[in-house]
Design a binder for this molecule. Sequence first.
Ligand SMILES: [Zn+2]
Length: 90
Amino acid sequence: MNYCPNCGGEVKDKSKYCILCGYDLVKTEIDNSKDERIKELEEKIARLEKTKANPSSQDGTQTNSWMFIMPIFIVAFFFLFIFMIVFITR
Ligand SMILES: [Zn+2]
């Protein structure tokens, strides 16, 4: 059972016009197909926005990897500092 988009009344699936208000349901089917196309486009746009959003998340992973690398750099500079002190004191 379909529902009339104009008056909201129940309409038989194969009926071309709404019994209650005479609304042209064939046109609305075309409109629905247009809506589906629009929905498909909106989904594509949403996917593109997700792919656009991905670089920011990649930046997040980069900052995470940087947060992971940073202590190693600190330790490396610490050992370099110790090596420099040992080298100078000799
Ligand atoms: Zn109707």
